[in-house]
Design a binder for this molecule. Structure first.
Ligand SMILES: Cc1cc2nc3c(=O)[nH]c(=O)nc-3n(C[C@H](O)[C@H](O)[C@H](O)COP(=O)(O)OP(=O)(O)OC[C@H]3O[C@@H](n4cnc5c(N)ncnc54)[C@H](O)[C@@H]3O)c2cc1C
Length: 396
């Protein structure tokens, strides 16, 4: 089967790798002149680690990983801990995988490491999709066209492939914007704990964690806004603006923010879950079909799980329609739940008053007593998923 992937982000790259392993003839068509990711970190939760292990890339992933000791919630001003999930051996044994942090460029390099250059075509901006007799056709901005048995739209939140299949519209401004920055620290420093730390304040939160094996700290600092005024997803912002927006937050955060030399401000958009992702010989994957707020750290994770499952479904089913139906049946309910839960985090992480925050933290403490592994943020069902069970189910 000849397969074309539109988009060479984390989702497209993972899919190309997964399909090549299964022996498919696959080509990525990426609009940029080369592969590239934003200069930021990504949290890889155990469910995504299991998918990457299933793709045969475990050694490369672990060689680039930083292993945080815990996921913690903290009060924005006092630093008081309001929840803690220990990520030690018991956690790893329970989920059969660790929780890790990597730099995005490292993750992308890992996913494309086995991809022959002839399977990647750059400067190819897809502008149109149509079904053909027994296949599908993609058109590009340079006037060229390609035919394939299957086209996979992995072209992100503003997917052209999705709008060609299902029409424009549906993109939703979530009311959140965030600063992203990377601070080189040269190693673990005393003002940043080796944790995935969620600092929760009034109508804002900050996430900090180490990447690059502990040599730099990634910052995602989220605030609220009525609207996103620029056309672009991100605009360059000054470190002073960021410091101003987080004035009065804990001194450790202030100290970390003082190390920021370059930052971008991102508008955060999502969509309601879609009922279906495929039409004829075309399907969608990753942010193209289930863009979500980053508050559960799952967008890239979902794209990698999709990639694993789609390749398995295509390898196991002779009929393309059956394969795409099996892929969607496995992936749509899970990704829809994650999309909606991520939205809900936007509310609970941003409670406006100290009274509401105190009530939330009491609830976290109660839930932590019931189940210390998942505590108030209830991520058990997210981390527990193992995409390799899909192949086991198909094989059975
Ligand atoms: C602040 C922030 C923090 C995050 N943190 C995490 C985290 O910790 N863990 C996690 O799992 N996820 C996280 N995410 C989510 C994650 O970054 C995304 O969900 C993931 O990158 C989506 O990958 P994708 O390949 O589907 O889409 P994209 O990364 O958007 O890739 C799409 C690709 O398609 C190309 N493209 C677009 N249009 C066309 C076209 N017309 N023709 C050809 N090519 C095209 C683009 O150039 C791009 O290369 C975070 C997101 C944000 C904003």
């Amino acid at each position: 089967m000849k397969i074309a992937i539109i988009g060479g982000g984390i989702g497209g790259a993972a899919t190309a790798h997964a399909l090549l392993r299964k022996g498919f003839d696959v080509t990525i068509f990426e609009q940029a002149p080369a592969f590239g990711e934003v200069g930021a970190g990504v949290q890889i939760t155990p469910n995504a680690v299991k998918a990457i292990v299933g793709l045969g890339l475990a050694d490369k992933l672990f060689a680039n990983a930083f292993y945080p000791k815990a996921v913690t919630g903290r009060h924005w001003q006092s630093g008081r801990q309001n929840f803690r999930i220990d990520l030690g051996p018991e956690f790893r044994a329970h989920y059969d995988a660790p929780f890790i942090h990597v730099h995005r460029a490292d993750l992308l390099d890992i996913l494309i490491s086995d991809l022959p250059s002839e399977n990647c075509r750059f400067n190819m901006r897809c502008t149109g999709i149509e079904q053909t007799a027994g296949g599908a056709r993609a058109s590009f901005a340079d006037g060229s066209q390609i035919d394939a048995d299957l086209i996979i739209g992995a072209d992100g939140v503003r997917s052209v492939v999705r709008s060609q299949l299902f029409g424009e519209g549906g993109l939703r401004w979530t009311g959140h914007q965030c600063y992203r920055a990377l601070v080189p620290t040269g190693g673990v420093v005393d003002y940043v704990a080796p944790e995935s730390a969620f600092w929760m304040g009034p109508k804002a939160h900050v996430v900090t964690y180490y990447v690059k094996g502990g040599r730099a700290v990634n910052i995602v600092a989220v605030t609220e806004a009525q609207e996103w005024v620029t056309e672009s997803w991100s605009t360059r912002a000054s470190a002073d603006e960021m410091l101003r927006d987080f004035e009065g937050w804990h001194p450790d955060l202030q100290k970390l923010f003082e190390g920021v030399t370059e930052t971008f401000n991102w508008g955060l958009f999502d969509r309601d879950p879609m009922d279906t992702w495929s039409k004829g010989n075309v399907t969608l994957l990753g942010d193209a079909c289930h863009p979500m707020l980053p508050f559960l750290s799952q967008g890239a994770a979902m794209a990698i799980e999709d990639a694993y499952v789609l390749a398995e479904a295509l390898a196991m089913h002779r009929d393309l329609g059956d394969a795409l139906a099996a892929y969607e049946a496995e992936r749509q309910p899970r990704t829809a739940r994650v999309q909606l839960e991520a939205r809900e985090r936007g509310r609970t992480y941003h409670l406006p008053t100290e009274e509401e925050m105190a009530r939330r933290d009491e609830e976290y403490a109660r839930l932590a007593k019931e189940d210390p592994r998942t505590t108030g943020i209830n991520t058990d069902w997210v981390y527990d998923y193992d995409p390799r069970n899909f192949s086991r189910k198909l094989a059975a």
